[in-house]
Design a protein around this ligand. Structure first.
Ligand SMILES: Cc1cc2nc3c(=O)[nH]c(=O)nc-3n(C[C@H](O)[C@H](O)[C@H](O)COP(=O)(O)OP(=O)(O)OC[C@H]3O[C@@H](n4cnc5c(N)ncnc54)[C@H](O)[C@@H]3O)c2cc1C
Ligand code: SF4
Length: 636
């Protein structure tokens, strides 16, 4: 077991206080042994995850001892526990509130994922029709080396996500010998089953527990596996808005063909009425009522049955991530994909990148396999490890950083959730997970998206206010609840720093302007739900009661909220090796070539010159295709 007896008792006591037996939903946390489930789950997690949860429990206990109750939480009586949790929720000490929110999110995820609870809240868990896989989807061949190796290629690509996969396919189809090195495991539809915690553990970096450090702490989940974050993303496909391209000084006409090619390869199409689900329908109703612009989201899916679990891997391979599109096409054109290969250095000779080195890791645990080193030599090195890991790799070697911009300018699109509760059943989990958008205030940096994660996860989890009977009442009305996420085009930025010992630190403080935009976004989303007929709207702002009518919307924007009051998550890290013409203020040129290091090209989200305002995968892919085509022409 991963937890000491005392920590496990603390977890059990907390779970019971948050979800006691009885009330609108009879079973409590101890009836389904949430603490025991979480403890044995931690046994299967990476050591870093165990450390994080242990630390949270220690911090929670210490803060209880330091409070007016002067004893560890587990030793308090029921009334004192209740009083302490209320103190925590209102505490001016941010860490005290955030620790409680994080532990509560874990507890709720395990509670709601339990097979005994799911039917009680009305979630059948398998709302999709299991069908045979589309025969048009090509099986992907991936090599998983178990010993060290030395290889040569024309181009070696580090990372197999949106940026790496597209580059690999373009280069292989141009006749070049391409090797893709991916640290994660190769998963396919057969792996995409089971409860959300298990899927978080397997398909997400750090078992899903990755955060930015700053005010507030922001959850920043990142995918890990062949296909990168496209394995577990929502499949939303927006082209870069014209006003963004103009601001970046990019030629819209040049990119048009690239966008078309990417969209064709990914079968991008708008969500149809048959799989929209009520979560999208209520947003459609609300935005029409208000006359706001929006519509069904365009997605990279084919044969989607609206099971609503896209963020945990598509069980049908209907979502056309890199592992079922660009990577199989790259392999068909001769590329080799190798999983479990973590690159830890770029080989530099005469100031030029000539290859990469690294270690073979256990793809599931990430543990380095001793004496299993590899080296791949190539004419060009493409870094596509994502906007967090690419800059960290460069920083460790002090490469490509004469501008001192490597790791800076991190944008993440901070986001939060809003819940609308209706007077009738919606069963909103049936349908595409992210199905409908409202872009009325896109130019102001606010994009609203109807997004319904499985119960107990994401917006529906740590965010839900209350505990005890309030929370039970809320869960009992789960069938009547719609959920939306809003993302903010951040004007503030954060930073990625490699730390000694191979670690890294992501710092990010929400700027005052982004706080304002977030509150406006919450207000806009609440307005849409009220216009759609919601009885009440939960904004997840601490202390703010549910909003029932339009006149109450001003509570949101007039309240004296600070950044520390927001419960944010972010899914779009970008910008940490930005494109630019001037080598003094940017890291790569318009074709992703590092200004400072010959032979080094970057094609992932790190090169984006600023916020995309919309979900970024199509932008990343189009720019990766452009760089790869340019490189192919150079090499031929
Ligand atoms: C839950 C979630 C939902 C999202 N939903 C959407 C959406 O609906 N629409 C959208 O446009 N965007 C979405 N995104 C964002 C989108 O998926 C990413 O912006 C995009 O995948 C980034 O592409 P990338 O190539 O930069 O990185 P990634 O796709 O993350 O790929 C990087 C790869 O590099 C590997 N790697 C890292 N370090 C090393 C190393 N040292 N050696 C070898 N390999 C390494 C990683 O394991 C990973 O597989 C979502 C993201 C998440 C997490
Ligand atoms: S909703 Fe998502 S997970 Fe479900 S079938 Fe469609 S693409 Fe796949």
């Amino acid at each position: 077991m991963s937890l000491t007896a005392a920590r496990r008792a603390t977890l059990g006591a907390l779970a019971d206080s948050i979800l006691p037996h009885g009330g609108a939903l009879e079973p409590g946390a101890s009836d389904v042994n949430v603490a025991g489930q979480l403890d044995s789950y931690l046994d299967r997690c990476a050591p870093g995850t165990r450390r994080t949860v242990n630390l949270m429990l220690t911090a929670f206990n210490l803060s209880s001892i330091a409070s007016r109750h002067a004893r560890p939480f587990r030793l308090l009586g029921p009334a004192a526990r209740e009083a302490y949790l209320i103190d925590c929720e209102k505490s001016k000490i941010r860490q005290r509130r955030e620790t409680l929110i994080a532990l509560k999110a874990l507890i709720l995820m395990f509670f709601c994922s339990d097979d005994r609870i799911k039917p009680l809240i009305g979630y059948d868990g398998q709302p999709y029709k299991k069908v045979e896989r589309d025969p048009g989807v090509v099986e992907l061949q991936v090599m998983q080396p178990d010993h060290g190796f030395y290889e040569t290629a024309d181009v070696v690509v580090v990372g197999s996500g949106a940026g790496g996969a597209v580059a690999a396919k373009e280069l292989a189809e141009a006749g070049l010998k391409v090797i893709v090195l991916e640290e994660g495991e190769h998963f396919d539809r057969r792996d995409f089953t089971g409860a959300p915690p298990e899927r978080l553990r397997r398909f997400y970096r750090g078992n899903g527990l990755t955060f930015t450090i700053g005010v507030p702490t922001i959850s920043l989940p990142i995918g890990r596996g062949v296909g990168g974050s496209t394995l577990i993303n929502s499949g939303t496909c927006f082209r870069t808005p014209d006003f963004v391209l103009d601001a970046w000084g990019m030629n819209r006409d040049d990119l048009e063909t690239l966008f078309e090619d990417v969209e064709e390869t990914l079968s991008v199409a708008a969500v149809g009425a048959d799989i929209m689900g009520t979560n999208g329908e209520v947003m459609d109703r609300g935005r029409r009522e208000l006359g706001y612009s929006g519509g069904p989201i365009r997605r990279n899916a084919h044969g989607c049955h609206g099971s609503g679990v896209c963020a945990f891997g598509c069980p049908l391979d209907a979502k056309l991530g890199m592992h079922v599109t660009y990577l199989p096409l790259a392999v068909r054109a001769g590329a080799r994909i190798m999983s479990g290969c973590r690159v830890d250095g770029i080989v530099i000779e005469g100031g030029r990148a000539v290859g990469v080195r690294g270690s073979i890791v256990d793809p599931e645990t990430g543990a380095v396999q001793r004496d299993a080193r590899f080296e791949v030599r190539a004419q060009r090195v493409i870094l596509a490890a994502g906007a967090v890991y690419t800059p960290a790799m460069l920083q460790r070697q002090g490469l490509a950083n004469s501008s001192r911009q490597v790791g800076r300018n991190l944008r993440i699109h901070p986001g939060c959730g809003v819940l609308g509760v209706f007077d009738h059943d919606l069963n909103a989990w049936k349908g595409v997970m992210q199905s409908y958008y409202v872009d009325e205030k896109l130019r102001d940096g606010i994009l609203v998206e109807a997004t319904y994660p499985p119960p107990g996860v994401g917006y529906s989890a740590g965010g839900v206010g209350g505990k005890g009977s309030d929370l039970k009442d809320f869960l009992a009305r789960y069938r009547q609840t719609a959920a939306a996420g809003l993302i903010i085009s951040d004007s503030g930025t954060g930073r990625v720093r490699a730390t000694p010992g191979g670690g890294l630190l992501i710092t990010y403080n929400l700027s005052a302007d982004d706080l304002r935009k977030t509150l406006e976004g919450i207000r806009l989303t609440s307005e849409i739900y009220l216009a759609a007929g919601a009885q009440e709207v939960h904004t997840l702002l601490p202390g703010l009661p549910a909003v029932h009518k339009r006149e109450e919307l001003s509570w949101i924007t007039d309240g004296k909220w600070t950044a520390a009051d927001l419960k944010l998550s972010a899914y779009h890290p970008m910008g940490t090796c930005r494109i630019g013409k001037d080598a003094r203020s940017s890291v790569v040129d318009e074709f992703g070539r590092a200004h400072d290091v010959a032979g080094l090209v970057i094609t992932d989200a790190s090169i984006l010159p600023g916020s995309t305002y919309v979900n970024p995968q199509i932008t990343i892919m189009a720019l990766a295709a452009r760089s790869a085509r340019h490189l192919a022409a150079e090499l031929s």
